[in-house]
Design a protein around this ligand. Structure first.
Ligand code: HDE
Length: 699
């Protein structure tokens, strides 16, 4: 039997297809005919008494529940969390005490703006919500893949989301932020500027849920066994590094495979390539609360990692896909107020608002107060409450339902003073009831500038392009202008470049006097991961005449490193190898596209390459891979195809046994074998993910 307590619980609810017995109604009555409704004669009216027909249609009519008002589209997986060592020094949370204790988890990744059926690769924030089924009850860490948020106080959330969502008159655009109402709001609400920098960066188009960070965003509070508090910020770091798509590619992906991120997560888990993330914490002693340039309660700010290092405390592995999307991924209910002893809140006004909103939204979305009984939401810790009745109550409670009682023997009794119960952190607060934003929240631009200063050249180019794209879609010229004025407060050069792209006048230089600070930990350049090529998708373009021996060698070397190699040809089935044997094709070129792969390999063959070079689909594939900065490897006669790619002149291998690497393009004209040198150079190019600047030749 599995050790995983959540898995044992799920097993009790599984309903596989019955191996024996006939189809029945919901009432268990056997059914022998389900294709025709009960009618008077063959062509007569349908009868009201056809209870099978009515039950079937009625259930169908009620199969939908309201989608989440935000984060409607998502994908989830089960897994486990293990701490590296005891964290007793700063929290008494049971699941953070013992490295030998595995806590089951369910994680749901999501986009924010689009509906359930929208595309995955839109420009958007990604949700990263984790439910830990701990021995002391459920703990939910409901985070995002960006460490800050758009607004500082939850009372602005409905305004912000109304502006972000499709415009009310025509529900356009789906899954996109490039429209007037969002930018109108943003340009009038400057606290959004830091988050807008993140949203315009490549963080908003992750290559994979397996390759993005997660952040708790707010400052939370750890509490130790003595009741001592420590401020804490949570960070998830993916083992595979942080990687993103190119905007042009993301847009094409949305059409070619709207399920791109969802499929990637599912397939990696099915293939046993389990996504893994390290949990890290930034710890701030209470006495240091006011020692920062920013207010710890302001969710539009970070504490740079260089200032307070992230301390790794454990890791999470996602190793099981859900059995049923609706039952689990759709019905999972996260709530920031699901905390366990040892983890507590701060007065961050955004967090306080969330602590109200999540329970409230589940009541309408899941249709009543008993959703904690749904399998995915059930804690593995026993739940003993006096809560009763309500829609969908599915427990046969017996005994008393109030406290105190004597008729039920006083059960359930209150937890004793043994420290097992949750006790709220005894923070001392006093003040007048006022509606007023703290002065300490009012610096809106310094950290937007910090983010900009921390970016590499190519990241800055992408940010400028994103602002130009988004604002270029805004019809109201005054909204474009006002946004550029805001950008001038962040960085004048950024504002200038954006203004030029969208055809508005340059504003006055902003009165900004930000310190020229940077945080290298924010740049994707520094988040490349462990340099492995595990799970990277490599397309090999094959045609009749391909050198199967050489291809098999390259393929073996790449798959041995954990990459996924697929052979693509103009048609499905097999191509005829140069040795006369058939070579199996994984997918036909018309069904796929370069945007669905991380790299492309062009093998050679003694019959030359005119086949590939004269195939439009194949050539488009290679050209797209090249312009999206993807690694390209070419062997033998496959090298010839590359001469068409780069007007500046690409350095390619010219002599036998000579491996050449130029801007992520690795070539070797050797025939018959794929040398170790070639596969090493190609693997390095793949590990780099993208070749934005395509460095000059070094062969
Ligand atoms: Fe959420 N958010 N949020 N949010 N949020 C929801 O809860 C809300 C915020 C986040 O996969 C809703 O069950 C308010 C920050 C994720 O099921 C809702 C405010 C962060 C998910 C809600 C915020 C998040 C949600 C919609 C401002 C990052 C998806 C459906 C005060 C730290 C969870 C639901 C899943 C979902 C409210 C701000 C992350 C309406 C009022 C900041 C990952 O309750």
């Amino acid at each position: 039997m599995t050790e995983d307590r959540k898995e044992r619980q799920r097993e009790m609810y599984r309903a596989p297809d019955p191996a024996e017995g006939p189809l029945t109604t919901d009432q268990g009555v056997a059914v022998d005919h389900t294709d025709d409704s009960l009618t008077v004669g063959e062509r007569g009216p349908t009868l009201m008494e056809d209870f099978h027909f009515r039950e079937k249609i009625t259930h169908f009519d009620h199969e939908r529940i309201p989608e989440r008002v935000v984060h409607a589209r998502g994908a989830g997986a089960y897994g486990y969390f293990e701490p590296y060592e005891s964290c007793a020094e700063f929290t008494r949370a049971a699941f953070l005490q013992d490295p030998s204790v595995r806590t089951p988890v369910f994680v749901r990744f999501s986009t924010v703006q689009g509906p359930r059926g929208s595309a995955d690769t839109v420009r958007d924030v990604r949700g990263f919500a984790t439910k830990f089924y701990t021995s002391e009850g459920n703990y939910d860490l409901v985070g995002n893949n960006m460490p800050v948020f758009f607004i500082q106080d939850g009372i602005k959330f409905p305004d912000f989301v109304h502006a972000l969502k499709p415009e009310p008159q025509n529900e356009i655009p789906t899954g996109a932020s490039a429209h007037d109402t969002l930018w109108d709001f943003v340009s009038l609400q400057p606290e959004t500027m830091h988050m807008m920098m993140w949203l315009m960066s490549d963080r908003a188009i992750p290559r994979s849920y397996r390759m993005m960070q997660g952040f708790g965003v707010h400052t939370f509070r750890f509490v130790d066994a003595q009741g001592r508090g420590t401020f804490v910020k949570f960070h998830w770091k993916p083992k595979l590094g942080v990687h993103s798509l190119v905007w042009d590619e993301a847009q094409e992906c949305a059409g070619r495979d709207p399920d791109f991120n969802r499929r990637d997560l599912w397939e990696a888990i099915e293939a046993g390539q389990y996504p893994e993330y390290e949990l890290g914490v930034q710890l701030i002693p209470e006495e240091d609360e006011f020692n920062f340039d920013v207010d710890l309660l302001d969710a539009t700010k970070i504490i740079p990692e260089e200032q307070v290092p992230v301390r790794p405390i454990g890791h999470m592995v996602l190793d099981r896909n859900p059995d049923n999307f609706f039952a689990e991924t759709e019905q999972v209910a996260f709530h920031t107020a699901n905390v366990v002893p040892g983890i507590d809140f701060t007065n961050d006004p955004l967090l306080q608002a969330r602590n109200f909103s999540y329970l409230d939204t589940q009541l309408i979305r899941l249709g009543g107060p008993n959703f904690a009984q749904l399998p995915v939401n059930q804690p593995v810790a026993p739940a003993r409450t006096n809560q009763r009745d309500g829609y969908h109550q599915s427990t046969l409670h017996t005994g008393t339902n109030y406290s105190p009682n004597s008729l039920g023997g006083g059960c359930p009794a209150l937890a004793g003073a043994d420290g097992y119960a949750f006790s709220h952190y005894a923070e001392r607060v006093e003040g007048h009831k006022i509606r007023k934003r703290s002065e300490s929240f009012k610096d809106f631009y310094s950290q937007a500038a910090l983010f900009w200063n921390s970016m590499s050249d190519w990241e800055r180019r992408h940010i400028v392009d994103a602002f130009r794209f988004e604002l270029g879609k805004v019809e109201a010229v005054h909204v474009r202008e006002r946004t550029v004025e805001q950008l001038a407060q962040v960085d004048y050069d950024l504002a200038t470049q954006v203004a030029q792209g969208i055809g508005v006048a340059l504003p006055e230089p902003g009165a900004n006097n930000h310190k020229p600070q940077a945080s290298p930990a924010l740049s994707l350049e520094n988040l490349q991961g462990d340099g492995s090529i595990r799970t990277r998708q490599i397309a090999v373009l094959v045609m009749d005449g391909v050198d199967t021996g050489q291809l098999a060698q390259a393929q073996e070397a790449l798959t041995a490193q954990g990459a996924v190699v697929e052979a693509l040809a103009p048609h499905d089935g097999k191509v005829l190898g140069a040795d006369g044997n058939g070579y199996a094709v994984d997918r036909a070129l018309p069904t796929v596209a370069s945007v669905l792969y991380d790299a492309v390999l062009l093998p050679g063959g003694p019959t030359g390459t005119p086949g590939l070079a004269s195939d439009d689909e194949a050539m488009r594939f290679v050209r797209d891979a090249y312009r999206h900065g993807k690694p390209i490897g070419a062997l033998g006669s496959g090298v010839g195809i590359l001469s068409t790619l780069d007007p500046e002149g690409l350095h390619i291998a010219s002599g036998h046994g000579h491996v050449c690497t130029d801007r992520g393009v690795v070539t070797d004209t050797t025939t018959g074998t794929a040398s170790e040198e070639f596969t090493r150079a190609f693997s390095e190019a793949i590990a780099t993910h993208r070749h934005w600047n395509r460095p000059r030749a070094r062969c």
